[in-house]
Write a protein that binds this ligand. Structure first.
Ligand code: FAD
Length: 464
């Protein structure tokens, strides 16, 4: 990484009163986009980053996770290939090769982020930033001033307090493991937990997924969680619902012994807690300003990302909106439009598509059935569940599930949910249709692409 060695802007020139027009805290998804776009308007911009350029998504989130997901799926692909005449008797997987190739790719992406910022004229400070006043930030003991401060410091994994919690790993640690465990416990029922359970199992780790609730992915449509539990079980993951960890201790075999609240005791080599994330506002210095926090630590902003301190703005995971990279990017563009292009605008958070890279994939856009029931007088539900053509020869028992939710009064499709191969790729186009207000009649009038899985979305005719 290359950084500025002086505490003065290198390009763009300082504004009259302050060192910079904009100082961004955090070079993650939102911070990098906001810095670049603001600098492109001619503003003098600096960004402070304490860990790694690209933030969570590039270093310990979306990107390395998807690479690991790809790797973990080859095992099933090799097995599927047999029915198609291929004999790929593969029985060896080399974790260090995957980890190092992933590290090389992430280093390449870090470099791209660095040159994008430099080319845009943004000064990079490789330090932790602490706010010490409405226009002042402390960086390595030196004070930098800016007309506007943008906080894009993201979140950090949250592990609840219990005896032995320090022995559990978080998603931040998992990408750099020295070696793969033989037996792993993944704790949690959200998207990160189900993704890592699939990754571990696919890479040959004997994996248990333990969740204290009764349904995985409980914020998703209720049809998805139960089906996912059964598919994951078929693929070899031990799914244990209503299973809550009480303590973790080290055992004599250099492993970990977990006591569950129901009295069960088991040994594992690794315990991953994927039990949510918290806004990273600790020790940020916001108490030196009028900015306000919610009880969960996230920053309160208005629709234009402004805090109660007029010179301080915040966006991305730290403000409590949907914690997704494309949301942080969209917010960054809106922030720059409002503050540097005199074109203030708000973000429409409806119909944000999202995918879970569990096995099989899940993707969703719009309302869940429960939300639609609350919102509309009458809804119709179209469901389809089937084994794909590909799985006929492979004898893979994986089921694909698709669901459309329609508001009867307007005939508009208000929710689409899918579990199956490439669900994330399929949902993106459908999200455009929903955003455009597509009706069920329009779906029905659309000709399908045959033979595909996606064509099912335009051929469902009977409401369930
Ligand atoms: P971040 O990207 O977290 O960036 C914040 C940056 O600020 C960090 O680099 C941090 O080091 C820095 N920082 C914090 N405090 C300071 C300080 N005081 N001084 C200097 N620097 C500081 N989203 C998706 O859309 N799709 C996915 O598939 C997906 N998968 C994910 C998988 C995992 C395991 C995780 C953890 C997240 C995933 N996400 C995914 C979420 C996505 O990564 C976040 O929504 C996104 O990164 C948020 O961007 P941000 O700019 O708000 O914060």
């Amino acid at each position: 990484m290359i950084y500025c060695d002086k505490f003065f802007p290198t390009k763009g020139g300082p504004s009259k009163v302050y060192d910079y027009d904009l100082l961004v805290i955090g070079a993650g998804s939102g911070g990098v986009r906001a810095s670049r776009m603001a600098a492109a308007t001619g503003a003098s911009v600096a960004v402070a980053e304490e860990r790694y350029l690209g933030g969570t998504c590039v270093n310990v989130g979306c990107v390395p996770k998807k690479l690991f997901y790809y790797s973990s799926h080859f095992h099933e692909d090799f097995s599927d290939a047999k029915g198609y005449g291929w004999d790929l008797s593969v029985n060896y997987f080399d974790w260090p090769t995957l980890r190092e190739n992933k590290n090389t790719e992430i280093a390449r992406l870090n470099g791209i982020y660095q040159s994008m910022l430099e080319n845009a004229g943004v000064t990079i400070y490789p330090y932790r930033a602490e706010i010490v006043g409405p226009h002042k930030v402390l960086l390595e003991g030196k004070t930098i001033t800016a007309e506007k401060i943008l906080i894009a410091a993201g979140g950090r994994p949250y592990v609840p307090e219990f005896s032995g919690a320090e022995l559990a790993l978080s998603s931040d640690d998992i990408f750099y493991l020295e070696q793969l465990p033989s037996r792993a416990l993944v704790v949690g029922g959200g998207y990160i937990a189900v993704e890592f359970a699939g990754i571990f199992q696919g890479l040959g780790v004997n994996t248990e997924l333990a969740y204290r609730g009764t349904q995985l992915l409980r914020t998703f449509d209720q049809d998805l969680g139960s089906r996912l539990a059964s598919e994951q079980t078929d693929k070899g993951v031990t799914v244990s619902l209503e299973m809550d960890v009480e303590t973790i201790t080290k055992n004599d075999q250099h492993g970990l012994t977990v006591s569950f609240k129901n009295g069960r005791i088991e040994d594992y080599d690794l315990v991953l807690f994927a039990t949510g994330r918290k806004a990273y506002t600790a020790n940020l210095g916001l108490e030196s300003t009028r900015a306000e926090l919610r009880s969960n630590g996230s920053i309160i902003v208005d629709d234009y990302f402004q805090t109660a301190e007029p010179s301080i703005f915040a966006l991305g995971d730290i403000i409590g909106t949907p914690e997704l990279t494309p949301v942080a990017l969209a917010q960054a563009m809106a922030f720059v439009d409002g503050q540097f292009k005199q074109r203030p605008r708000t973000i429409d958070y409806s119909y944000i598509p999202t995918a879970v890279f569990c096995q099989p994939n899940i993707a969703t856009v719009g309302l869940t059935e429960a939300e639609a029931i609350n919102q509309f007088n009458e809804i119709s539900i179209y469901r389809s569940e089937f084994k794909t053509l590909k799985n006929s020869l492979s004898k893979n028992n994986e089921r694909t599930f698709m669901k459309l939710i329609v508001d009867v009064a307007s005939d508009k499709v208000v929710g689409i949910h899918m579990m199956g191969s490439e669900a994330g790729e399929i949902i993106q186009g459908l999200a455009v249709a929903l955003k455009a207000g597509a009706t069920k009649a329009l779906f029905d009038a659309t000709i399908g692409v045959h033979p595909t899985i996606a064509e099912e979305f335009v051929t469902m005719r009977t409401a369930s």
